[in-house]
Write a protein that binds this ligand. Sequence first.
Ligand SMILES: Cc1cc2nc3c(=O)[nH]c(=O)nc-3n(C[C@H](O)[C@H](O)[C@H](O)COP(=O)(O)OP(=O)(O)OC[C@H]3O[C@@H](n4cnc5c(N)ncnc54)[C@H](O)[C@@H]3O)c2cc1C
Length: 394
Amino acid sequence: MVSASAAAADAVIIGGGSTGTSAAFHLARRGAGKVFLIERAAVGSGPTGKSIGIIRLHYSYEPLIRLAARSLAFFSRFEEITGGTADFTRAGFLLLAAPEQMETVRANVELQRSLGVRTSILTPSEVAALEPRMHVADAGGAAYEPDSGFADGYATAASFAAAARRLGAEVWEGTAVERLVVEGRRVVAVETSRGTVATPRVLVAAGPWTPRLLEPAGVRVPIEATRQQVIHLAPPPAFGPLTVVLEDMIQAFYARPEAGGTALAGVLEEETQEVVSPDAFNQGADWDFVERVGQRWQRRFPGGADAAVQGGYASLYDVTPDWQPVLGPVDEIDGLYVAAGFSGHGFKLSPALGEALAAEMTGERPEIDISAFHLSRFATGALIWGRHQYGILG
Ligand SMILES: Cc1cc2nc3c(=O)[nH]c(=O)nc-3n(C[C@H](O)[C@H](O)[C@H](O)COP(=O)(O)OP(=O)(O)OC[C@H]3O[C@@H](n4cnc5c(N)ncnc54)[C@H](O)[C@@H]3O)c2cc1C
């Protein structure tokens, strides 16, 4: 292990979630010199490790569709590329919509298909044929992606970090970055709990903790930490396991299969965000939330009505004003990059984003243009809205 007092790196990445570990892997894979990944706790221990990990391509904004599609291709070959596992399960993804939502869904499906995505519109009876236990009388139809599914946040981050290490990166866990050192208008080092690391390039991928690292350097990023709850349901044995990932826009609810025939479920509600301190929030699930989600589950799956609640937890979204991440270089400080503010949908994008960020940090133009996500959009008012957007799903 490198001694911190003598450490120097070509690039430092702060934060060992899915974003930071992917960027570290892609930088190391590019042969971008000595790469350091610095994580305050353990790799994947933040919101990444609590992620539901749904991987879908249903977006209404072209760069996000491209990033999600490239990432899905990566998840599909994750073992071959990284030598580790993301625990990707190709369960299929169903976006269930009310009759009045179908026009928007159709427009988005058309947009996605024009970009090469395998997706189609299902009628309510086609949905019922795919998942006969689902109540569809209130639905106008669904968008269906047979190739999508879910993966595991912790496994993904741990595998990216291990692969980066095999490619020569230093991975420092249990090490907090305390300060960015800026001279003139250049980043020159990071001060950590293990000493200083000199470096000309820093990527801050610290999720909800990003503002507190950037603000002392005079950089303001509009990210709020919001509390997000998840419940773990065990449907009655006669119901059998859930087989498809469901995002139910009629009830603003999602459910996805989990090991042992169980399911993870939560809500898709933009309006009920609970802003919290990322260091002091209730990490359990509230009883009224459990009841609310249980009722939506039961309405959608009447045969699963007596599901037992096996547990629940809460973690954090890092939310920006337009629910889109902040990506790329920071204008005011040379060598400083940011990738944060994923607003609850960053996991599925992480393989392609790490690739794009690694390209930018080594002076190359990324294959997928991420410039629209630049921090300056909040000052210029060029916020990101999809062509046919429906709230939290983007
Ligand atoms: C309940 C829940 C469900 C979700 N479901 C989905 C989903 O279905 N699909 C999807 O695509 N996305 C989903 N997301 C969002 C997705 O998980 C996140 O966008 C993504 O994992 C964020 O990864 P990250 O690497 O940017 O940040 P994080 O996971 O927040 O990692 C940041 C890391 O930085 C570290 N850190 C902070 N400060 C410092 C410091 N000073 N020094 C060193 N290290 C530091 C932290 O310890 C942390 O490990 C969900 C999130 C949650 C919470």
